[in-house]
Design a protein around this ligand. Structure first.
Ligand code: F6P
Length: 359
């Protein structure tokens, strides 16, 4: 009999359910008897011992279902050693609940912060397997996270829709794309939708260069322009400030504008007089059904997790490397972000196509 705990932590994304289904199907292929305990609302469920014993039927018909049947929440890693408002020691409680249920392994579907916590629990002696979730694709050690491609599809579709109306009216539009501190979704959706300008956090922009790119299009007789702007995009002036001043500048801008896209629109207007419209697809990028690509990789990730559990090869993060599904130690990935490098070929290719990064 194997007793497996499972939780989904952090911002949700498409294919969380598909991944859990993959794990459970894989486990039933590996072991005669398996009991699955789903902790509700992420690590919170493990801290408070809030779980449900799940049957194979609970995982049936969820391959295409967005969200997570377990619910999710954020339990910031940096607050892990701060007791809960009702005085519980979080790490101690999680270990106790794991032991109370006599679990053989805890499977954590999560992004950066969640995998850092998974690594901590592994260091504390629990058997843990991590599965790489996030629309942002910023988890270090994996070429791909599940959720990313589905978010790229939604952001691309949003920009495609804006493209047609922008061209009818000869307007300049900014579409703001999610991605937290990295520009992967914006870069991919921007290229996929033929954006003229792509602004990402890893390549700070110069507003004069952005305006020059837009003016060039007007000179070439193009009546409209599309900018794909990452929610974390940052100007060259702000990027070069010392850390404390930079943080303050970002806080000041957040107080002045609803989001980064509005700031960029305002700066373009001030510098060139152009009237800009802004669209923010926001959380739609995390919603709905996973795309086929995500269904495939999440099913494969799930199967790999089952294989690792069978081999008792714990303390691992399942990853995609060179188109193959494999695993690395959780400790190797913990605490590192996978950024876009301005030297990546994908950036060079985009520049060859005439896309401006405002740099
Ligand atoms: O990490 C996923 C993500 O959607 C980021 O792209 C975004 O910055 C953040 O979560 C939004 O978080 P919340 O759902 O808490 O507003």
């Amino acid at each position: 009999m194997k007793r497996i705990g499972m939780l989904t932590s952090g911002g949700d994304c498409q294919a969380l359910n598909a991944t859990m289904r993959g794990v459970v199907k894989g486990l039933h292929g590996c072991f005669k008897e398996v009991e699955i305990y789903g902790f509700l609302e992420g690590y919170k469920g493990l801290i408070y011992g809030n779980y449900q014993k799940l049957s194979p039927d609970d995982f049936s018909g969820i391959l295409t279902k967005g969200g997570t049947i377990l619910g999710s929440s954020r339990t910031p890693f940096k607050e892990l050693d701060i007791p809960t408002p009702d005085g519980l020691d979080k790490v101690k409680s999680m270990k106790e609940n794991y032991k109370k249920l006599k679990l053989d392994c805890l499977v954590v579907l999560g992004g950066n912060g969640s995998q850092k916590t998974a690594n901590r629990l592994s260091e504390e002696g629990l058997n843990v397997i991590g599965l790489p979730k996030t629309i942002d694709n910023d988890l270090w050690g994996t070429d791909m996270t599940f959720g990313f491609q589905s978010a790229v599809d939604i952001a691309t579709n949003a920009i495609d829709c804006i493209h047609t109306t922008a061209s009818s009216h000869g307007r300049v539009f900014i579409v703001e794309v999610m991605g937290h501190k990295v520009g992967w979704i914006t870069l991919h959706a921007g290229i996929a939708s033929g954006a003229d300008v792509i602004l990402i956090p890893e390549i700070p922009y110069d507003i004069k260069k952005v305006c020059a790119a837009l003016e060039n299009r007007t000179k070439e007789g193009k009546g409209f322009s599309i900018l794909a702007v990452a929610e974390g995009a940052i100007s060259k002036e702000v990027a070069k400030l010392p850390k404390k001043e930079r943080k303050q500048a970002v806080t000041d801008a957040a107080a002045k504008y609803p989001s980064v896209a509005y700031e960029v629109a305002d700066k373009i207007k001030q510098y060139s007089g152009m009237d800009i419209r802004v669209t923010v697809p926001g959380h739609t990028q995390r919603g709905g059904s996973p795309c086929p690509y995500d269904r495939v990789i999440s099913s494969r990730f799930g199967a790999k997790a089952a294989e690792l559990i069978k081999k008792e090869d714990f303390g691992k993060l399942v990853v995609m490397k060179n188109n193959d599904v494999t695993a690395i130690p959780l400790s190797e990935s913990a605490g590192k972000l996978k950024y876009v490098s301005p030297d990546d070929n994908i950036v060079k290719n985009a520049k060859m196509l005439g896309i401006s990064f405002g740099d």
